[in-house]
Design a protein around this ligand. Structure first.
Ligand code: ACM
Length: 506
């Protein structure tokens, strides 16, 4: 067992007194470790350091920049005690961090809580791949200096088509955090289910929460449960992005409240997988009161800046009504102190200042957003929809956009998706997992891993530093680690082939 621990200076001094054992011959250089996402800069030095574990109770620092990073490490390795030095560095901004392995202490430096968490996440990988599951660990000397390409690196879980409870969402958070995914977008409502308690409109969950695809029982989060998810994610460096999809994809709400329908008649619950047939009555003031209540209640539970209004596939809404609706919905979200995000069709309305447009199907809408000065999140279905099958033999998933093997998930540049788009126009990337065919945690693992690691690197590492062959080498090692943690990652064709090649070449 690796005994990592969060040191106190006294412990550290005592720890330095014992003689190190003989250095093993095969300590990998820092730059050879299979880190994902690949850091911006790794400087190797010609020395190896020995760190030895000590047991002891050390409280996390009350300093907000340091405490969550310490908790992140001690949660994952409760018994590990290593001499770690946390430095708040004024020269490091935002998510940037530096890790130094060159003395008797491992130094983690960052200027913010998010940066320090990133340092802890990279350290976790360094320890693991340095054979850190022992009481002692040898680590090659050197420095890792790192910062992300894009500020927003997201994963989306559709909890509407099939519901996933609090414990499952926490497991998802634990799985995505090590790869520096920093936003978890929850698709909280759709035709098949409404998944979050709204106290002023209780039938949304009493009626709309009961159904899901397959006709199996659905479910929903109470506001207390939702807050628990938000806090759990926040401690691990992840912002929850709530989405209430509208004016289409609303059958669950329309089944709960007849007043939201143009004809005043409640819709039947829906458990199929068609899209594009439902719409809120965009002419009615009570619909906007409803939206204001929903945004206000969810907004009050959300420390993060965003509220996602959906806006996709509203085929049952007249286009002029759609434009008016999206304009009003954006204003309601802004009036509640949040920044709107919408799927790319919202770019056909008048975008409010700051509204983020999430490209999934229409590159030209992303360009419209850019021309209007609005930021873009890249989630092109052909590359980033994790519910797309790997190939025709995949046991679940869909393939209406494409089959997506690891090479296709990795080998593209978000800035080249739409002519003339640059990094400065792009807020980030997000990997959506729609759950029509996804029913269990094992199903989530199968579709998400290992492709999310390709997307994590896409969002973090500069385009010029990304190399597919090198990524595959690192991914093969990460894949083994995922399996050791009982994460049901899929053995993709490309990884199997690269493993075969390695064997033949030996
Ligand atoms: C979408 O896939 N309808 C955003």
């Amino acid at each position: 067992m690796l005994r990592l621990a969060l040191f106190s200076p006294l412990l550290l001094l005592l720890g330095c007194t014992s003689d190190p054992p003989t250095e093993p011959a095969d300590v990998a250089a820092l730059s050879e470790l299979p880190l994902i996402p690949l850091p911006v800069e790794i400087t190797d030095e010609d020395a190896v350091h020995y760190y030895r574990g000590y047991e002891g109770d050390v409280l996390p620092s009350p300093n907000p920049v340091i405490g969550d990073a310490q908790r992140y490490l001690s949660d994952r390795w409760p018994e590990l005690v290593l001499p770690l030095q946390f430095e708040i560095a004024q020269d490091l901004e935002g998510e940037a961090y530096r890790l130094e392995f060159r003395g008797e202490e491992i130094e983690l430096a960052a200027g913010t809580r998010e940066g320090m968490l990133n340092a802890a996440k990279t350290l976790g990988q360094v320890l693991h791949f340095s054979g850190g599951e022992d009481e002692e660990v040898f680590i090659s000397s050197g420095t890792i200096s790192d910062e992300p390409r894009f500020a927003y690196r997201g994963f989306m879980l559709d909890v509407a088509r099939h519901f996933f409870g609090v414990d499952e969402v926490k497991q998802v958070i634990d799985r995505i955090a090590p790869y520096k995914i920093n936003h978890l977008h929850l698709h909280l409502s759709d035709d098949q289910g409404w998944r979050i308690e709204i106290k002023s409109w209780p039938k949304l969950t009493e009626i709309g929460g009961k159904s899901e695809v397959d006709g199996t029982p659905g479910g929903f989060y109470t506001q207390e449960e939702y807050s628990e998810i938000v806090a759990y994610a926040q401690q691990r460096g992840i912002v929850i992005v709530p989405e209430i999809d509208m004016p289409g994809h609303t059958n669950a709400a329309l089944s709960a409240y007849p007043i939201l329908n143009a004809d005043g008649v409640a819709r039947d619950p829906y458990t199929g997988t068609r899209v594009g047939f439902s719409t809120l009555d965009t002419d009615q003031d009570s619909v906007y009161t409803f939206i204001d209540d929903v945004v206000r209640e969810i907004g009050a539970l959300s420390p993060g800046p965003y509220f996602h209004l959906g806006g996709d596939e509203s085929d049952a809404t007249d286009h002029e009504d759609y434009v008016n609706f999206v304009n009003r919905a954006q204003q309601i979200i802004k009036d509640n102190g949040k920044t709107p995000i919408g799927w790319d069709e919202v770019a056909t309305s008048e975008l409010a200042e700051g509204t983020v447009v999430q490209l999934w199907a229409h590159a030209d809408y992303a360009l419209r957003a850019r021309d209007a000065g609005n930021p873009v999140i890249m989630s092109p279905a052909k590359r980033m929809y994790l519910d797309m099958q790997y190939d025709s033999t995949s046991r679940i998933g869909l393939h209406w956009a494409s089959y997506i093997e690891v090479d296709s998930a990795y080998q593209w540049d978000p800035a080249a998706m739409a002519e003339g788009l640059t990094d400065g126009d792009i807020l980030g990337v997000e990997s959506p997992l729609w759950s029509e065919t996804v029913r269990t945690m094992e199903d989530i693992d199968y579709l998400v891993f290992p492709r999310l690691l390709a997307h994590a690197e896409l969002g973090w590492t500069p385009q010029g530093k990304r190399d597919y062959a090198d990524f595959l080498r690192r991914l093969a090692a990460q894949q083994e680690w995922l399996k050791d943690q009982d994460i049901a990652t899929y053995d993709t064709r490309v990884l199997a082939e690269s493993a075969d090649t390695t064997t033949t070449m030996k």
